[in-house]
Design a protein around this ligand. Structure first.
Ligand code: G1P
Length: 297
């Protein structure tokens, strides 16, 4: 019988240098889209998919993340005194059950595969999810939930997948498709950051994974790949060499690359416009701005 997916790993050890100087003192996962940190979107998505244990792979300078998920009695008391019940609810929605969250340090930046491997002792022999908080996905049904439902049918390992322009494929893990079933593909191979000549398709891996615990054994080998780093993509590819199934899942939703400034700004606009309390004011500002820009041309 297939085991349920109840654990998720959040690799959050990266330095976030693309967002310096902000990330000099603020972890990039705490940067906000409207009023919620990137990590909150990732946690909400995991919860919706039935995840009960949250494993953060962190590094030096990321303690703001630990504080973020701790209860804040002083703040809660102040809000209670002032009868700000709505804000109190917002605050409480960020609290985590005691023991539901674990922090492991990745002491050296040896790659995404290495970061995931750092959590091996917490994963035991169960399938687990990996969520990269940089990839924010707006969807009616949260992406990981879509994947968990699909995974209940397939087993094996599964990566979120999305078509990208061919000239962008070299920024991603790319899928060599064995068979295309529409919303799902079976995978023949995976290549991390291929050159344009090497790219087997333009179907890219996006930062949501459901993985067999065997992946940890593959990672034990610490084989270095693209960029001299231990790549998660390579450890998943190794599953295929061992005759175990890997699937690509074309999720329904819009993905924002919040690891890039342009992507982060796009997400800010889209999430701002999606907010009931902001959409009128913010929407008319954007329309005015566009009209002014057009008039100036
Ligand atoms: C990572 C993965 C890559 C994947 C990408 C999705 O790359 O290594 O396979 O396509 O996330 O965002 P990174 O963006 O960390 O370089």
């Amino acid at each position: 019988m297939k085991k349920r997916v109840t654990k998720a790993i959040f690799p959050v050890a990266g330095l976030g240098t693309r967002f310096l100087p902000a990330t000099k003192s603020v972890p990039k996962e705490i940067m906000t889209l409207v009023d919620r940190p990137l990590i909150q979107y990732a946690i909400d998505e995991a919860r919706a998919a039935g995840i009960k244990e949250f494993i953060f792979v962190t590094s030096r300078g990321k303690s703001a993340l630990e504080d973020y998920f701790d209860i804040a009695p002083h703040l809660e008391n102040e809000l209670r005194k002032k009868d700000k019940t709505e804000l109190l609810d917002v605050l409480k929605s960020t609290n985590m059950d005691s023991g539901a969250i674990a922090y492991i340090r990745q002491q050296r930046a040896l790659g995404l595969g290495h970061a995931v491997w750092c959590a091996r002792r917490l994963v035991h022999n169960e399938p687990f999810a990996v969520i990269l908080p940089d990839d924010v996905i707006a969807a009616e049904k949260p992406c990981l939930q879509q994947m968990v439902e699909a995974y209940e049918e397939t087993g094996g390992s599964m990566v979120a997948a999305m078509e990208v322009p061919a000239d962008k494929a070299s920024s991603y893990g790319v899928i060599d498709i064995k068979e295309d079933f529409g919303s799902m593909v079976s995978v023949k191979g995976l290549v991390e950051k291929p050159t344009p000549e090497e790219a087997p398709s333009n179907l890219a891996v996006i930062g949501r994974y459901i993985l067999s615990p065997k992946i940890m054994q593959n990672l034990n080998k610490m084989k270095t790949g693209s960029g001299g780093e231990v790549q998660l993509t390579d450890a998943i590819d190794a599953e295929l060499k061992n005759d175990r199934d890997v699937f690509g899942y074309r999720f329904r939703g819009q993905r924002f690359d919040c690891g890039s400034k342009a992507g982060f700004l796009q997400a800010t606009v889209a999430f701002g416009l999606a907010r009931e309390e902001l959409k009128d004011e913010f929407g008319s500002y954007l329309s005015e701005l566009m009209a002014m820009q057009q008039a100036a041309q």
